[in-house]
Ligand binder design. Structure first.
Ligand code: URA
Length: 295
């Protein structure tokens, strides 16, 4: 390409990015370099085909399920806001190839995103009532990512997920799995506390989805644990009760997803702790770690 053509194409790219920025796009996922293709295999008029979500061969005796395709925008009693429409557009297809980003770059991208989240007003009620946003915490290159529901009162005060009573129980589960909290990345479906700890609405979950997908994209975990039905339902677009979702691996892009009971449920129903322990054994067995031998 000669210098003039290069300058023209750089200007065109800059103009395109600026127009996206003006229309509200706040985050673009970093693409892996595209493989070189022989010239005759690409047509100048055809966009390259989107890679289908890949099914990884099962490595466990239990069947592996694909995630249900995302539903059409959910009907809610509330009018979708312009912001929620924007959030839907920002929903990225989960990555199917391993990220090559180093730890420092991932942390830098998470920091930029956290700053954007801290100013978010997509859900007016939550933006008005929160003390602060609760972005996420942990290892930016974690193999395992935990997804909970939404911050509660303690998290809203401290700005960190799972620091209240449920969080203390989660810490014990992490410890029983011979891990430290700092080994894992922890986030929620929502980044703001719903008043009175009510369940997130579909609209709120959809407003926040772009942020969650961006965190998954950056951290690029091998495994995701959905704690409770709100996390499982929202991440995987499934309406199955959590008890029915346990015991299988689901797919979210490159990550294998395990669904289990929420620690708050365990506080009310301690007898379900054994089920969560089974789910942890199942997850760690897939990583080649026998938790039973370690306790
Ligand atoms: N419950 C959640 O789901 N997330 C938190 O961060 C705290 C409690």
């Amino acid at each position: 390409m000669n210098q003039d053509a290069k300058t023209r194409s750089q200007r065109a790219v800059r103009q395109l990015l600026e127009s996206w920025q003006r229309s509200g796009v706040t985050y673009l996922r970093q693409m892996e370099p595209l493989p070189e293709l022989p010239a005759e295999t690409t047509s100048p008029v055809e966009a390259p085909q989107e890679k289908p979500v890949q099914t990884v061969a099962p490595t466990t005796p239990l069947p592996r399920q694909s995630i249900v395709p995302p539903p059409q925008p959910t009907e809610t009693s509330e009018e979708p806001t312009l912001e929620s429409e924007q959030a839907r557009k920002e929903m990225s297809v989960p990555r199917t190839t391993k990220s090559k980003m180093n730890k420092g770059d991932r942390q830098a991208e998470l920091d930029i995103l956290a700053t954007q989240v801290s100013k978010c007003t997509r859900c007016p009620e939550l933006a008005e009532t929160r003390t602060q946003t609760v972005f996420g915490v942990g290892n930016p290159r974690a193999k395992i990512m935990f997804i909970g529901e939404a911050p509660g009162a303690d998290e809203d005060k401290q700005g960190e997920p799972f620091v209240g009573r449920a969080g203390k129980l989660l810490d014990k589960i992490i410890e029983a799995c011979q891990m430290k909290r700092s080994d894992i990345y922890i986030a929620n479906i929502l980044r703001c506390r719903p008043p009175g700890n009510r369940n997130p609405t579909d609209l709120e979950a959809s407003n926040c989805r772009g942020y969650l997908d961006a965190q998954i994209e950056i951290v690029d975990p091998d495994y995701i644990v959905c704690w409770g039905s709100v996390a499982a339902k929202n991440l995987l677009h499934s309406d199955l009760p959590i008890g029915k979702m346990r015991g299988d691996f689901y797919e979210y892009g490159r990550a294998k997803v395990v669904c289990t009971y929420h620690p708050s449920y365990l506080l009310r129903n301690p007898s379900a702790k054994k089920n969560v322990w089974e789910d942890m054994i199942y997850l760690f067995a897939d990583m080649g770690i026998n938790l039973k031998a370690q306790v």
